[in-house]
Ligand binder design. Sequence first.
Ligand code: LLP
Length: 432
Amino acid sequence: MFVSDCISVNEKGHLTIGGADTLDLANTYGTPAYVFDEGQIRKNCRDFVNSINDNYGGNGLVLYASKAFCCKEMCRICRDEGLGLDVVSGGELYTALSAGFPAEKIYFHGNNKTADELNQAVQAGVGRIIADNITELVTLDGIAKNAGKKQAVLLRIKPGIDAHTHDFIKTGQIDSKFGFALETGEALEAVKFALTHENLELVGLHCHIGSQIFEINPFVEAAEVMLNFYSQIKAETGVTLSELDLGGGFGIKYLETDTPRPFGDFMKAVSERVKSKCSELSLPVPFILIEPGRAIVGAAGITLYTAGAVKTIPGIRTYVSIDGGMGDNPRYILYQADYEIVAAGKANEERSATITLAGKCCESGDLIQENTPVQPVKPGDIVAVLSTGAYNYSMASNYNRIPRPPVVMVKDGEARIVVKRESYENLVENDI
Ligand code: LLP
């Protein structure tokens, strides 16, 4: 009935998440508020871990892409579930380390890591640094040398795969700011560079073809392209790389019409092709890494708002304005992203109204969804936007000096705050 298994309706007709009544949550924590079901997050983590165990003999590691939703509690959950972590900035790294995440299971990404960030990562002893360009390799080699360390690295490669998704979240094609291109010989040059610098230890390669991808084939093709390159590297340098990181990007359900495949299907298809390709190329089967972000948290989170002004423009549309908007969810203004919207107190009623859900920012494009079906909404009603667990909190801003909402975690019907609501004092605390 809803886009996520953790969402339901109780006997009062109220929307629930993880067994908790969303009207009670709104009452206790106020709105807007992000709410996650911890049980669903943990189940998603386990599904990914099991997919590697079942299809690939456990010869791999799931790295949660923390850019999707990063806070200390999320890092602790991933640590408990045995996952590694993909971080892309000093801030994500700092958050993970402050939560006690084991540094050796942290993989540091990014297309323009600063020298300070690289230093922070080397000093902390992160497991791998995924180098994106030669400038970074030069800097990293110097930093590792000064620290008296040999840093394990992967190189980010553009495999030239065109995944069918929004242009802004495509990354595997040659015209991308991320990584080394295969076609131009740049990638092979980078491999040779890394192999000849003594404070760098090249252990493998990484690719990431894009995000919110439903098809399995682009992942399989990317793995194949990468292994062909492993074979070329072996032939040209005599070196056999032992790790293969295939990135993230697994699509989730935002609307009823979205049809994501079970995670296991991706891993099954990829594992089969990796094993057959390795035997064809006489390569050892590599240790595999996958980096799901959205698929772990996206459908496990919702946002609760309170409806305010309702404005019907005859013959045009009805705007329902809420107490949040592009500051806490910039995905509609950025990508025209789809969302399912529910009037939380009437969740079992028919969606007989058509509304445009508008934010409260001074910006006409500040919308969450246009002309979408929902139960009739009046001022004061609690409105839930579903599948907001990924790239909402993590992409939130203070535009118009609106404080960011809290994050509430529900476990077996019990709720707790894991990120406090920002206060007006927080907004001015760095102002001089
Ligand atoms: N690994 C790498 C190297 C990535 O760049 C990303 C996402 C991931 C893993 C995780 O991808 P996921 O499994 O979450 O699709 N802000 C956009 C998404 C940007 C994704 C950036 N990289 C959105 O709101 O849709």
